[in-house]
Design a protein around this ligand. Structure first.
Ligand code: IPD
Length: 267
């Protein structure tokens, strides 16, 4: 991967933050007015609200203005793949759409910029709480200006682990079996409904680890960089596996082993 100058990643971070800020304001305004019309995507439970569509359009408009000619991959409109060596913006306009639909405050706007599949800068905003996490590769991660550090967990049996579930019922049945295997071996499990915020929670030390199978790039591109820059060890989806794991260094191997024992890396 070509090297990136420090000033450049900080500039990219500032752009990601500015997009998340403006899109977050729109998403919050639209939520106050109600979730509005809802359509379904891959299954009856996989929803898209009018706010998802409007938010992604705004993100694309801002990026076209500030970063012309750089491709955008978004949850709602998709997008062409990046050119090798070129930058690509990855946008999830609302991560945690089901929470948004029900009025639960745990939803996020997530924006990352990647080169050759590696995130260089990222921002995740939680509009309902007014929080904003951001990171730049090699420059650390913060939440509203406060530097972040993952938890010092060293014992898996005392660790709080986050996860999430697919919208497809046959995969969910296998994920339930994985949860049954993991639950007796950890402190407890959380399923909060936004992978981007789960990863920011690992960065903030609110979770000791996070593991989920079947995430899309827009779900993790920003949160994984924020967690990594806060000191988490990340295992990204790779060829032949779409399993993502992020954890404090003291438990990552034990968590990875447990996940394999429960068959969770292959669900
Ligand atoms: C979903 C959330 C959820 C995760 C699902 C994702 P969406 O994204 O991140 O926590 O478990 O796998 O699809 O649909 O709310 O953008």
């Amino acid at each position: 991967m070509p090297s990136v100058r420090r000033d450049d990643v900080e500039q990219l971070r500032a752009t990601a933050v500015a997009v998340v800020h403006q899109v977050g304001e729109l998403v919050l305004r639209m939520r106050v007015a109600g979730a509005g019309q809802v359509e379904t995507k891959t299954s009856a439970t996989d929803v898209v609200t009018v706010a998802d569509t409007a938010a992604e359009r705004l993100a694309r408009r801002l990026l076209a203005q500030w970063r012309p000619d750089e491709p955008v991959l978004g949850e709602e409109e998709g997008g062409a793949g990046p050119r090798p060596g070129g930058l690509c913006w990855v946008v999830d306009p609302i991560d945690g759409t089901v929470n948004y639909l029900y009025g639960l405050p745990w939803y996020a706007v997530s924006v990352a910029v990647q080169r050759d599949g590696q995130s260089l800068a990222a921002a995740v905003g939680q509009p309902a709480a007014g929080r904003l996490w951001s990171a730049a590769r090699g420059r650390g991660a913060d939440c509203d200006g406060a530097a972040l550090r993952v938890s010092g967990a060293t014992r898996l049996e005392l660790s709080l682990i986050g996860t999430g579930f697919s919208y497809r019922s046959e995969r969910r049945a296998r994920q339930a079996a994985m949860v049954a295997g993991m639950l007796p071996r950890i402190r407890d499990l959380r399923r909060a409904g936004s992978a981007a915020l789960d990863l920011c929670s690992v960065a903030s030390g609110w979770l000791d680890g996070f593991a989920e199978h079947g995430l899309h790039r827009w779900d993790w591109a920003a949160g994984a960089l924020i967690a990594a820059e806060a000191g988490a060890v990340i295992r990204l989806p790779h060829c032949g596996s779409d399993f993502l794991l992020a954890a404090a260094p003291g438990i990552v191997d034990a968590l990875a082993d447990l996940v394999v024992q429960c068959g969770a890396d292959a669900v």
